[in-house]
Design a protein around this ligand. Structure first.
Ligand code: NAD
Length: 486
């Protein structure tokens, strides 16, 4: 079971070491409020120690044959499978998401390792033997060096797995800075990778918050930064990283619109929206936060959504009958309550108030039941801002063209779904929507590890996205060689 100690340590050069900082933050189980760990808020000195170890390890790791690196990934994959339930339970305990969501997340993480284990093929270059008379041109791929990874609380396994398995398979060494709100699963991921035979110094972990992030951004020996988190921090990380001459990919916040047309399959649409909006307590960057529905079916859809939301079981996600867990912290819940009040004062119609569910059940954690606003408009803050909780806004429109216009007005462009049975509508939607990850009749259109996670607009800062071939390009740099042999 969980080996992790309650007072957490950093992992540097193959050893668990105390942070040099004396500042610690409490990590509560969001379903109960009970403290489950204390996480150090490490310093720039801690970052420096980890970077030194990673830089040293890079000298040999980059020259380790790619198939040998891949074999460690295969072993890691097996260990993750062997510890599947343990990992899912730990995600539920520190993040609060219900067990089924956590179970799904473990698989999403494992798929990243599967993709990364293909490094011998992914790392191949290109050659053209006859670029001119007696001349050839060849492209070779190399790692970029020391990579820093900064991750959010909402996917403690999947998001770190977007980063370090592929970066390491490509020959880089890595420093992970997990969210200080979900630091325990990250420790387990590191422990299992070491058990798989990863040499010391290749993967390091430094716990903490902004000091660690700034330490990585400013460090001269860190070559690239992968970031996933909220929009303001993503923008800051991208700009600061660029200022320090680093390659940066920064995946940011979202406000995802699901468009529902009159010709949809109503039952499946309800199922999809309930899962998209309230799964993981709405704390997904691909969560359905707005439903844009045509007037002809709006009343029917909303009545059925309320009926389905009434069936959700709110509670501690460790109980396998629960399908709506808590949000991450009380401070976050306070902000969500504030957003609900703002929605009311702006004139939106609160047709399901999830605050009542909590009162009725007498829950002690950071809970909110499924909350639904009708008659939302694009001048309201509940439409503009990411709420990141089980709060759904509904906008009524006359047709698909207006629904696309509403969606495109958003500053974000992460995900969107269209519920319809019309091929022509799908074509119009695909061509005109300004969003990077589209779904047709699917709950959450998150691409799997083999494709890039392609947010647009303020949902992404950089050029090369996480995962897929973009991920390989991000974690490698190329040499072009042109030769004449006559
Ligand atoms: P967050 O921005 O608060 O934290 C993300 C990381 O940044 C953490 O490791 C945190 O320690 C660090 N950080 C926070 N504030 C900082 C600051 N001022 N300076 C430097 N570093 C700082 O995000 P979160 O609340 O942990 O995660 C939820 C957010 O992440 C949501 O906005 C969600 O949409 C987004 N997200 C996006 C994607 C995507 O693929 N686009 C995926 C998952 C989550």
């Amino acid at each position: 079971m969980i080996k992790t100690e309650t007072t957490l340590k950093n992992f540097v050069n193959g050893d668990w070491v105390n942070s040099t900082s004396t500042e610690y933050e409490s990590v509560p189980n969001p379903a109960t409020g009970e403290e489950i760990a204390k996480v150090p808020l490490s310093s720039k000195e801690d970052v420096d120690l980890a970077v030194k170890a990673a830089k040293e390890a890079y000298k040999t790791w980059k020259k380790t044959p790619v198939p040998k690196r891949a074999r460690i990934l295969f072993k890691y994959h097996q260990l993750l499978m062997d510890h599947y339930e343990e990992l899912a339970e730990l995600i539920t305990k520190e993040n609060g998401k219900c067990y089924d969501d956590a179970y799904g997340e473990v698989l999403r993480g494992i798929e990243c390792v599967e993709f990364a284990a293909g490094a011998p093929s992914l790392m191949m270059g290109d050659v053209l033997p006859d670029i001119a008379t007696d001349m050839e041109s060849a492209m070779y791929r190399y790692p970029v060096g020391v990579v820093g990874g900064i991750t959010p609380f909402n996917f403690p396994m999947m998001v770190p797995c977007w980063m370090f398995p592929l970066a390491i398979a490509c020959g880089n060494t890595f420093i992970l800075k997990p969210s200080e709100r979900t630091p325990m699963l990250a420790q387990r991921l590191v422990e299992l990778f070491m058990e798989a035979g990863l040499p010391k110094g290749v993967l390091n972990l430094v716990h903490g918050a902004h000091d660690v992030v700034n330490g990585l951004l400013e460090h001269k020996d860190v070559n690239a930064i992968s970031f996933v988190g909220s929009q303001p921090v993503a923008e800051y990380v991208y700009k600061t990283g660029a200022q320090y001459g680093k390659r940066v990919q920064a995946l940011a916040g979202a406000k995802n619109h699901s468009i529902v047309l009159g010709d949809c399959d109503m039952e499946k649409t309800i199922e999809g929206i309930i899962s998209g909006a309230f799964g993981s307590a709405g704390q997904r960057c691909m969560a359905t936060s707005v439903v844009v529905v045509t007037e002809d079916i709006a009343d029917e859809l909303i009545a059925k959504l309320i009926e389905a939301a009434d069936q959700l079981v709110l509670g501690d996600g460790c109980d396998k009958s629960v399908n709506l867990g808590p949000v991450i912290r009380m401070s976050h819940l306070d902000k969500v309550h504030q957003a609900i009040e703002e929605g009311l004062s702006e004139g939106a119609n609160l047709v399901r108030d999830g605050r009542q569910d909590v009162k009725e059940l007498g829950l002690v954690g950071y809970f909110l039941g499924a909350t639904i606003f009708d008659q939302v408009t694009t001048d309201m803050t509940i439409w503009k801002n990411e709420i990141f909780a089980p709060v759904l806004s509904i906008i009524r429109v006359k047709d698909l063209t207006e629904a696309i216009e509403v969606t495109n007005e958003s500053d974000f462009g992460n995900g969107s779904v269209l519920y319809t049975s019309s091929g022509a509508a799908v074509r119009q939607y695909r061509e005109d929507i300004e969003v990077g990850m589209l779904g047709v009749n699917v709950n959450v259109p998150a691409p799997m590890a083999f494709f890039p996670f392609s947010g647009w607009k303020n949902s992404f800062y950089g050029d090369l996205h996480a995962n897929g071939k973009d991920g390989v390009n991000f974690y490698t740099r190329r040499k072009m060689m042109t030769s004449r042999w006559s």
